[in-house]
Design a protein around this ligand. Structure first.
Ligand code: ZN
Length: 342
């Protein structure tokens, strides 16, 4: 049974405009808003964020705050104020030593910045929870992955990561990805999210945490190694409540979508979490609109608890809008209304 139907939303400037959009979401069967709060929003629009969360609550919508694209460590098109303000604490290429436009989330500088961003919003805006949106190391996107080519380079080889690696293993960090490097990357990647999630639950134990990782195969031959591809490690984190996997392009085979969906539900059940699957509600649309119905039915049949789509109005008016953005939004809305709470 589907218990939550979510849509992401990044139009959060004026309360009265958000109110109209929230009413449209309600009419599309949405129960939960994934509020994409950028670093600029946090820095500039702070007074209106609590008022917008209040308005969503008043209209009967749950709200999860998504630190969208924060540090470019999370997924998203937004620009990062952390990177603008810090020339250090960036992820570094293992092969070339170049500093990259991604915050290194293993540095105390970024960990403090991120925790403060979230705990401040928890206290001021009082959302229902937080949404960790495609956290990742810069490289590799894929070791022969379905979404990218073969990758040799990887991150992070910054001074902080290298020192921590050597302190732990007793030898210098290699420049090639060994099993120790993989384990180190998985373990360190979870620290920033675990610590922040724990801090949020200490503010309010009812705050709910969704961790949404890339929808990758992670098989014997194919894995992405972006830090959160070890789903058992992510699923077993005691501070996460919902295990979620991200969008699969409509053009990919249904078997791939089914495989991701099954493994998502299996990991969630294994660790006593809710499961969530995402639909592509922007950029691309299916050739046959009935594919939306079929993929939603498939999620229901596989026992998914929550479905979500990126984004409000199919990305209408943005560079990542679907060709028929409003039709995609309406189609997702029809499906939400069809399946919400059985
Ligand atoms: Zn680093």
């Amino acid at each position: 049974m589907i218990t939550q139907t979510s849509i992401s939303y990044y139009g959060l400037n004026y309360v009265e405009h958000a109110e109209a959009d929230f009413k449209e979401m309600k009419a599309h069967g949405v129960t939960q808003v994934i509020l994409a709060v950028t670093e600029f929003d946090f820095d500039f629009w702070r007074p209106n964020i609590p008022a917008i969360v209040d308005k969503a609550h008043e209209l009967g919508l749950r709200v999860l705050i998504d630190p969208w694209g924060n540090g470019k460590y999370f997924g998203g098109e937004q620009v990062s104020k952390f990177l603008q303000d810090n020339v250090e604490n960036r992820q570094v290429s293992a092969l070339t030593g170049e500093k990259l436009p991604y915050a290194c989330f293993n540095t105390n500088s970024y960990r403090d910045y991120f925790k403060n961003f979230c705990t401040t919003l928890a206290r001021e805006a009082k959302p229902d929870g937080f949404f960790w949106d495609e956290p990742h190391y810069a490289f590799p996107k894929g070791i022969a992955s379905i979404t990218g080519g073969v990758a040799d380079d990887w991150t992070c080889y910054c001074p902080v990561c290298r020192k921590r690696f050597e302190d732990y293993y007793g030898y210098p960090m290699p420049r090639y990805m060994t099993n120790d490097v993989k384990q180190f990357r998985w373990r360190e990647a979870l620290v920033v999210l675990s610590e922040t999630s724990k801090a949020l639950k200490e503010i309010d134990p009812k705050l709910e945490i969704t961790c949404c990782v890339h929808a990758t195969q992670n098989g014997y031959y194919v894995s992405e190694y972006r830090g959160y591809d070890n789903w058992d490690m992510v699923g077993s984190c005691p501070y996460f409540d919902v295990f979620s996997t991200t969008i699969v392009n409509w053009a990919l085979p249904e078997d791939f979508y089914l495989d991701i969906t099954r493994r998502t539900v299996a990991i969630a059940k294994k660790y006593g979490k809710q499961s969530e699957r995402w639909l592509m509600g922007y950029y691309k649309q299916p050739k046959d609109w009935k594919q939306v119905d079929r993929w939603v039915d498939l999620a229901v049949a596989e026992g998914v608890d929550r479905i979500a789509a990126w984004t409000y109005r199919g990305g209408y008016g943005t560079v990542v809008g679907a060709p028929d953005a409003l039709k995609l939004w309406d189609t997702i809305g029809e499906n939400y209304k069809r399946v919400i709470r059985g």
